[in-house]
Ligand binder design. Structure first.
Ligand code: GAL
Length: 669
């Protein structure tokens, strides 16, 4: 990454303390103690930067940037558009978002303006350009942070105002050209919903149309597009003066926005990670989710990403907010680095005294200065990053396996009124991901639009919708030697959400055809054997027929006993597998272990890992292996090889012992 060092820092809001110079002095002193080398300034500072329309006041900010820089702390400068000043909403009420029910938001909160509004573009463009112009005077600024968690407004990310309806119609016109073509794509003859004029089209809303799947899918695409256009607008505004890299902070698996599309506008992908640690005794589930997100952010550009926010201790927005247990802060920070992060950043440096986030975890609490467990934990992370950065920055993860995760599929598969109404794509995806995590294999997580070449194995769970050209790319991939694994309820609709007719688009590659899909009721548990072990099926069992594929396992019960449940097909130089049913986690773990062993893909320790332990590999001239123990107890990994601890140079011969919540960084010797 461009910075030449690993960034350790976080959101800093000196504007909340401008009347307390003593606090600001203290901040700088303590930042240095905690090995903080960067801060993010300006997030939500609009009302202090522009007190009235056109009345800019950047002095405090400029002074702060220079002061920090003199102390060796660089600034990521945010455009302040995440929250709107009251003068703005008062003067231009049309920028306030309209909810799906038709009610317009009142001023307040954040992330709640209309992304289509030309007025909002004027206003954001002006402040962004002014900040960019100002930035030229300050060497301390290293990057732009555009707005904040775009679309994350606690309810619907979209705006349904008249301006948005018009923009949606224009977007549809551009896409379909004629209303007849739109009617065809949306299958509107059903229930007599043929549109005869573009003006009849309205966004999907609870009290109106929301059952036309093509409309729902296009609306979601449009929302991503509008948000991306807004992002591009802000980027273009700062670019008028500044050529510094840009990012915007993404959230977790955030369904409303197709991040894979948005990220194309950014120089660096960054995200805010808030796993619910210590929710239950077994941290594995949470560790798997966080790891998947880190991997996904890295895979978007196949290069290091930034952990833009994380909490040094607690959050304040869950029903119960456990503090991080000893070890967890280091482990969760290192987990991000293990999966490709080049930074560890926090929300927030110092707790404010009032309003909604006054009890949200921060490096500094209201009391005790640096004399807290949290502060010491943060300083430890900073110290370790500083010590290791020269080695870590020369590496990046290069997994041999990719899992397909695609927003369009997510939207469509959960919208479909099909075999079950409670299909959960993310959950299903994470079950497959977990099998690799437990085996200590990091994977890339990519959308259907990405290159498959270069991966030894590609896994596409619950891949219901096929985007244009996807089937052809999978076919080529398998023909040329790839291993492709997919599941039930895959290849059902095209990218208009229209069902494929005739054969499955990958019939030749998979060597099967699908007939029925059963969502059995309670008490109808089916089972299969795989490598002589018995496994149960889950909520969906597809009834398929082999058309060239070899049956690996069959259903054991019901009228479809004997029908294939797992198949393998050789195609060209590669192989394709079909898992016709949903299976318990145990099966997925064993199945993928078999698949990876056959393909000679193993974790970087070449070891069987205890439960709750995983590894991730950052490759470079020197490979770094991150061994992470998410158990609250000491564990040992038996390794065939010898390793050296990168931090301490201690040699580990055949046994790697890990303390509770410890992450060791190893090199093979
Ligand atoms: C993030 C947001 C921050 C802060 C944090 C609290 O979603 O970007 O501004 O609100 O959550 O967890």
């Amino acid at each position: 990454m461009e910075f030449g060092k690993m960034l350790h820092g976080g959101d800093y809001n000196p504007e909340q303390w401008l009347d307390r110079p003593d606090i600001l002095d203290e901040d700088i002193r303590l930042m240095k103690q905690a090995h903080i080398n960067c801060v993010t300034l300006g997030v939500f500072s609009w009302s202090v930067l522009e007190r009235q329309e056109g009345e800019f006041c950047f002095d405090w900010l400029e002074e702060m940037i220079d002061r920090l820089y003199r102390e060796g702390i660089c600034t990521i400068l945010a455009t302040p558009t995440g929250g709107m000043p009251h003068w703005l909403t008062e003067k231009y009420p049309e920028v306030r978002q309209v909810q799906a029910e038709g009610r317009q938001n009142l001023p307040g909160k954040r992330h709640n303006f209309c992304y289509t509004s030309p007025k909002m573009r004027d206003l954001t463009g002006r402040i962004d350009r002014s900040l960019a112009q100002m930035s030229l005077r300050h060497e301390g600024i290293v990057m732009w942070h555009i707005s904040n968690e775009m679309g994350g407004n606690f309810s619907d990310s979209a705006c349904h105002c008249g301006q948005c309806q018009r923009a949606f119609r224009e977007w549809l016109k551009e896409k379909y050209k004629t209303i007849e073509e739109l009617n065809r794509a949306w299958w509107t003859v059903f229930w007599s919903h043929v549109y005869t004029d573009w003006e009849q089209i309205h966004s999907p809303v609870p009290h109106g149309e929301n059952l036309v799947h093509g409309l729902n899918l296009d609306w979601r695409r449009f929302v991503t597009c509008q948000m991306t256009e807004f992002l591009k607008w802000e980027i273009a505004s700062v670019r008028e003066y500044s050529s510094l890299p840009v990012t915007t902070n993404f959230m977790y698996f955030f369904k409303p926005l197709d991040y894979d599309k948005m990220q194309r506008e950014l120089d660096v992908v960054s995200w805010d990670s808030y796993p619910f640690w210590h929710k239950v005794k077994d941290e594995t589930d949470m560790a798997v989710k966080a790891a998947a997100c880190h991997s996904m952010m890295r895979s978007m550009k196949k290069k290091p990403f930034m952990l833009m926010e994380s909490t040094p201790s607690v959050v304040n927005w869950r029903v119960n907010n456990p503090v991080k247990r000893p070890g967890m802060h280091m482990l969760s920070s290192m987990q991000a680095v293990a999966h490709g992060s080049a930074t560890v950043q926090y929300f927030q440096w110092r707790k404010g005294r009032g309003s909604f986030e006054k009890f949200h975890g921060a490096v500094l609490d209201h009391k005790n200065d640096g004399n807290t467990r949290t502060f010491r934990d943060v300083a430890d992370v900073g110290g370790r990053l500083a010590k290791m950065e020269g080695r870590i920055l020369k590496t990046c993860n290069r997994p041999e396996i990719a899992l397909i995760f695609d927003w369009e599929n997510w939207w469509a598969v959960e919208d479909a009124a099909g075999p079950r109404l409670d299909l959960d794509y993310k959950k299903t995806f994470l079950q497959h991901y977990r099998a690799f995590w437990e085996a200590g294999l990091d994977v890339d997580i990519i959308s259907m639009e990405r290159e498959l070449e270069g991966y030894r194995m590609v896994v596409a769970p619950l891949n219901y919708l096929y985007r244009k050209g996807y089937a052809e790319r999978v076919e080529r991939y398998v023909k040329e030697g790839g291993i492709y694994i997919t599941t039930y309820w895959s290849g059902i609709v095209d990218d208009n959400d229209l069902c494929f007719t005739g054969e499955h688009p990958l019939e030749k590659v998979l060597g099967i055809c699908q007939e029925e899909i059963d969502a059995p009721g309670e008490g109808f548990v089916n089972s299969i054997t795989f490598l002589e072990k018995l496994y149960h099926t889950g909520d969906l069992c597809e009834i398929i027929h082999c058309k060239g594929a070899r049956t690996v396992s069959v259903y054991m019960k019901e009228f479809y006993a004997g029908a294939p449940a797992v198949t393998e097909n050789r195609y060209g130089d590669g192989r394709a597998y079909y898992l016709a049913a949903e299976f318990e986690q145990d099966f997925l773990n064993d199945f993928y272990r078999e698949m990876t062993q056959e393909a000679r893909i193993e974790n970087p320790l070449g070891a069987k890992l205890p439960y709750g332990v995983t590894t991730a590999l950052r490759k470079g001239e020197e490979d770094l292996i991150f061994v992470q123990n998410f158990n609250d107890c000491k564990v040992m990994v038996k390794t065939p090889g010898r390793f050296e601890e990168a931090d301490s140079k201690i040699i580990l011969d055949g046994e790697v012992w890990l303390e509770p919540f410890e992450c060791k960084i190893l090199t093979e010797i």
